[in-house]
Write a protein that binds this ligand. Structure first.
Ligand code: GRF
Length: 312
């Protein structure tokens, strides 16, 4: 599966950007790759850091430009690099509505508080002034509301009795560097997961319905039986697959012999001739998947409905 092409927008030192970069290089199967680091200050130290790591950079001052005008310049640069996702990392700019709208669902931010508490600036001062014993950081999707989008993950950091805003910020920053790469990776990986597409195909079949079965999404025909299950990392197997009915154990064995990288005998369901079809090979043939769903649907549908649909 091609990696998401991430751009990181910064304004200053870019330590979160560096954390995202090193995590992407260290993490096995990291689903994103940093393709661009851009700043609204050509002298942002983070730009030099990224350039030294071989990453494309873009620095452009926002001074004298309207918000929308500046964002359009950044956006054109994102398009030039075919960016798919954007991470704000210490980017000290409010975004224009058009930018937010365009990147909705694909633009992340990290904020050094446990949102929804302490939005905006001077967060650590406020935490200390309130005598709070715990603070932390939050990764969220960017929406039109400042620091207000859906929360994707948080890390808690204890406040010490003798903390100053700087000492607290420094400890929270350590947590930020751990949190941001993980949350972005998890979110993008889920985006790339096959369930939404599988679901759309399964539910397009006549009278198909969805229901959880032993914790896995299952698809059944109204008035009939289950015809497919989505198996995701069953018992930590690391496999995501579609389970469907074959004509029986003979066909099941034949398929596995033919293509053991694609087909496998799933635990429990395998005994009754069902087959596992891997959806994590990175090159899933969705027409083949659709064909299997249809076949399995025909087995599970009540006779009358099957006859109506297939004529047999
Ligand atoms: C971080 O604390 C981040 O949460 C906040 O700005 C700071 C940026 O630091 N939004 P850096 O540039 O990533 O080092």
């Amino acid at each position: 599966m091609p990696k998401a092409r991430l751009a990181v927008l910064i304004s200053g030192r870019g330590s979160n950007m560096a954390a995202l970069l090193h995590a992407s290089r260290l993490m096995a199967d990291c689903p994103y790759e940093i393709m661009l680091v851009a700043a609204n200050d050509p002298d942002a130290p983070g730009l030099a850091l990224a350039a030294a790591e071989g990453i494309a950079t873009f620095g452009h001052s926002h001074k004298g430009l309207t918000r929308a005008g500046f964002d359009a310049i950044i956006d054109a640069e994102l398009d030039r690099h075919q960016i798919s996702h954007v991470a704000l990392a210490g980017y000290m700019r409010l975004l224009s509505p058009a930018f937010v709208e365009k990147w909705q669902g694909r633009c992340f931010n990290i904020h050094p508080s446990l949102l929804p508490a302490h939005k905006g600036l001077h967060v650590h001062e406020a935490v200390l002034a309130n005598g709070e014993s715990v603070s932390g950081c939050t990764v969220h999707l960017v929406t039109a509301e400042l620091d207000g989008g859906p929360i994707l993950g948080q890390a808690r950091v204890a406040v010490l009795a003798d903390d100053t805003p700087d000492s607290l910020a420094a400890r929270i920053l350590i947590a930020e560097h751990q949190l941001y790469p993980r949350i972005i990776a998890r979110h993008i990986a889920a985006d790339q997961a096959p369930l939404p597409r599988l679901r759309a195909l399964a539910l397009a079949l006549p009278k198909a319905r969805e229901k959880l079965s032993h914790g896995a999404p299952g698809f059944f025909v109204e008035g009939g039986k289950f015809f497919a299950y989505f198996s995701d990392n069953h018992h930590g197997s690391g496999i995501s697959a579609l389970l469907v009915a074959t004509s029986g154990l003979e066909e099941q064995a034949m398929l596995i012999e033919q293509d053991p990288g694609l087909y496998y005998r799933p635990p429990y369901f395998g005994a009754s001739g069902w087959i596992g079809i891997r959806l994590d090979t990175g090159d899933t043939d969705w027409e083949m998947v659709e064909g299997w769903l249809r076949r399995s649907w025909e087995v599970a549908a009540p006779k009358r409905l099957r006859r109506l649909v297939t004529g047999i």
